[in-house]
Every structure is written in C-alpha cells, then in structure tokens.
Design a protein around this ligand. Structure first.
Ligand code: SF4
Length: 462
C-alpha cells in the first residue's frame, strides 16, 4: 500500500547526497554491476537478437494478455493449484489473509516479491496478528531496519557493511563491531534456517509464468524461495498479470537475459519451476492487477509492462546512482519506477519522470528493449497537461514555450539572460535556482551562437 508522500524526489535526493562518501560508494558499487552486465552481455554474440526476441515475445503477451491469462489459469487448475484473482492491492492482501486464517497460521516466511511490497502485505498481515519474515537477505536487512527496499535486485545496496553489522548486533545479538559480510551472512543463515523449519506457510513472487503448462519460475541466488516452499504446508505465489510468457521454450530467452542484465551472472543460482503441490501440500496462486490493465490501456506506456525487473536501468542511471533508490518514494525506484508510478497515482508521483537526464542509457541496457527515456519524456508532457506539475515548473514550462515559439523571442530572451549574467549575476545565481546550489555558473558569453555564426561563418566567401 502506498505510503504518504512527505517529500519529492529532489528533496529526498538532497538529503541523500549530504553524505558524500556514501554517494561515491553507492555510485561506484552500482557502476561496478553495470560493468559486469556489459562483460556478460558481450560474451554472447547473439545478445541483441535475444533482446529483440524477448521484446517481441512480450509484445505478443501484451496484445493477447486475456488469452494467455485464461490459458494459464486453466492449466494451473489442471495441475491442482488454487487460483485467485485480485484487482487491487487490498484484495490481494485479503486473499492471503483468508488463506492463512482458514489454516490458523500465524507465521509466514516470504521470499523476494516487489509486488507484495507494492501491496503493503507485511503491514497488513502484522496488523491482523500474522508475523511475516522476509527470507531474502537484503530484504531481511531492510525489514529489521524498518525500511523499504531501495533497489529491486539489491534491496540494501545503500547500506554500509558497518551499518548492517550494527543492525545484526541489535537484532540478532552478534558481537559489537562485527561487520565482516561472510560472518554476518552465516549468522543470518542460521537464524533464517530456524524460520524455515518452523513456518507452515511460505509466499514467493513469480519471475515467469508459463501459460502453456501452468507452471511458474522463481529465480533467486540464495535458494530462500525453495527452502520456504519445500518446507511449507501452504505455498502461496503472488504475481502481477504481466509476468506471463506463452511457452516453456521462451524461458530460454528470458533466463539468459535476466541474470546477465541484473548482476552479470550467466544465470541465477536457482531457477526453480513450480508446477503442482506435493502430497499433503496446498498451493495457491494470486493473479494481481493493481493498475496493470490501466497501464495496458495507455498506448504510450503499455510497453513498461514488458519489464522483467532486472534492475539494469537503475544500475546505469546517473540520477539513481547519485540519489539512491529511497528518494523515489515508490516501491519500484529508478527509471522503470518513474514510468510505472505515475500510472498508480499521477499526482503523488508527478515528480518522478523529471528525475532523469533523459540520457537514454536505461533504454540501451534494458533486456526487453523498453523505450524508457521516451516514456519519461512522454509522462512529463502528460503530467503538465493534466495540471500535476508544481506551480514553479508549470510557470517555467509556459515561459519556455513562449520563448521557444519564435527565433526573435529566443534571441531577445538570450540577450536579456546574457546581460543579467554579466551585469547583475545574482538574478540568475541565487539560492532560489536549484541548479546553482551545487554548481559554479559560467560567465555569461558576449554573444549568442547565431550572432557568432552570422559574423564568422555565414558571410565567409564560398
Ligand atoms: S525496465 Fe528493463 S532494465 Fe529496467 S528493470 Fe525492467 S527489464 Fe530491467
């Protein structure tokens, strides 16, 4: 469930960048992963063909979603899996609660699922007396720190190992000052093992749902989804409608792209297929809409539903790397979050499409070829048109539209700007101008490019 918005991206980013050392290290860590992704992708000569194939398979899915979802539902039922449909996050949570309540289960283990974060499932269940433990190590760390994930693949990438050591000392009783990642992981593993052994219910996300067979695939590097699912008496999977792929053979395309794009690995350590309940087990799958069909109905933005949540667009984005995932105040952060969030609540997330340089690096790395930066640009236009831009931005846009409406106006505005920069610079270089806060403004040039061009080039003898 969405959290109340208190600040916009710029204000939250401003708080993040105050810790310069953290910004440098966060930036470097994500760039390192981006470079690993480059090496892994270049090792496959047919990488671009794979991207194209994935994009086309997803285009087919988007155009025939109703057909594949019904086929998937029929096959799930044939396999003995109970199917539920949830139109809203609240409906999703109610379904999970009803399943657990019917079995008198009060504790559940949950592997990584951004969808359940989006639905606010943990808080919902906890309010009703059901405890949830996140079993993905990064998500577990975020949970004990009472913070949402800042990255869809690397949930606590913004935290230093010393901060994690401090959290473990407080919550798991480790020695004060212990910050060695291997030792901390061992402690978490021991603790989580006990959780796995004692929980009767496990919930997982879904990476790919195969319509033709009624099976679904969950990819993890820790095996935590498998531990939960295999030991539980009730297994629940929550998936967004867009996770469908038509056939099993298509998995080969997506599994090759996913891990390479996410972390530069050839494949995730575990790619587990779930098809039917084992003897004595109950399996439920919840198909969740939560705004996805609304996005499907927006021709300019429906391609965003192709996303396979690899996180590559975040790792490459200069704004994300410098501002941190939590500054996006949305479950999915970074460039893809900035095109998904306005669909959920345009007013609340009106700032996000502006949190981009529009450099296009996100679109270049996206394994399913989503035109992310084009969509960011398009959202800006929609947001301004719908009246959701801040009054300063709306005024700025109007002034810019007027200035750019004729060469004469642009010329006059340029002259005025240059005059002010040369004679009364404080008009431009003041604290009200956010660009000036972190930058040294250059001296105003004596002439515009067109003046220089007329003087030097246009009148040159041919
Ligand atoms: S938009 Fe593309 S690059 Fe970004 S998370 Fe989704 S699939 Fe990965």
């Amino acid at each position: 469930m969405s959290q109340p918005k208190t600040k916009d991206h710029a204000a939250l980013a401003e708080a993040f960048i105050k810790d310069e050392e953290r910004v440098d290290w966060h930036d470097g860590a994500l760039w390192y992963i981006r470079e690993k992704r480059d090496i892994a992708s270049k090792a496959i000569p047919e990488w671009e063909e794979l991207r194209e194939a994935a994009s086309q398979i997803k285009s087919n899915v988007i155009s025939n979603l109703h057909k594949y979802l019904l086929q998937f539902e029929a096959n799930l039922k044939k396999n003995g899996i109970v199917v539920h449909w949830a139109d809203t996050p609240e409906e999703h949570n109610e379904i999970v609660y009803a399943i657990l309540k019917a079995k008198e289960i009060t504790q559940m283990v949950k592997s990584k699922s951004m969808l359940t974060e989006e639905c606010g499932l943990n808080e919902y269940l906890e309010e009703r007396g059901i405890g949830v433990i996140n079993s993905d190590l990064g998500e577990y760390i975020q949970q004990i720190d009472n913070e949402p994930p800042s990255h869809i693949v690397l949930p606590c990438i913004h935290k230093r190992k010393e901060e994690i050591g401090e959290l473990f000392h407080e919550h798991l009783g480790t020695e004060k000052g212990l910050s060695d990642p291997t030792q901390l992981t061992r402690v978490a593993r021991k603790h989580l093992r006990n959780v796995f052994m004692t929980r009767r219910a496990a919930l997982t996300g879904v990476n790919f749902a195969v319509a033709e067979t009624g099976e679904y695939v969950v990819c993890t590097n820790e095996g935590n989804a498998d531990m939960g699912a295999h030991l539980s008496e009730v297994q629940i999977a929550s998936m967004g409608l867009e996770k469908i792929i038509p056939q099993k053979k298509h998995l080969g395309v997506f599994l090759r792209l996913l891990a390479r794009s996410a972390t530069g690995q050839p494949i995730t350590i575990y790619s587990s297929h779930y098809k039917k309940p084992r003897q004595g087990q109950e399996m439920h799958l919840i198909l969740v809409n939560a705004g996805r069909t609304r996005q499907l109905g927006r021709p300019d933005f429906q391609n965003s539903l192709k996303c396979i949540k690899c996180g590559a667009c975040m790792n490459t984005c200069p704004v994300y790397r410098k501002s941190g995932g939590l500054s996006y105040h949305n479950t999915i952060s970074g460039p893809i979050g900035a095109i998904l969030a306005p669909n959920l609540d345009m007013k609340r997330h009106a700032d996000l499409p502006f949190a981009s340089t529009l450099c296009g690096s996100c679109s270049n790395v996206c394994p399913v070829k989503i035109n992310i930066h084009d969509q960011l640009y398009k959202w800006r236009q929609v947001i301004v048109k719908e009246g959701h831009a801040t009054s300063t931005k709306a005024l700025g846009m109007k002034a810019m539209a007027w200035t750019l409406s004729s060469p004469e106006k642009l010329d006059k505005a340029g002259r005025a700007g240059r005059w002010f920069m040369q004679n009364i610079p404080v008009v431009v270089n003041n604290k009200l101008n956010p660009w000036y806060k972190q930058r040294d403004m250059p001296e105003g040039p004596k002439e515009s490019f067109s003046e220089w061009y007329i003087k030097n080039e246009k009148n040159k003898p041919k």
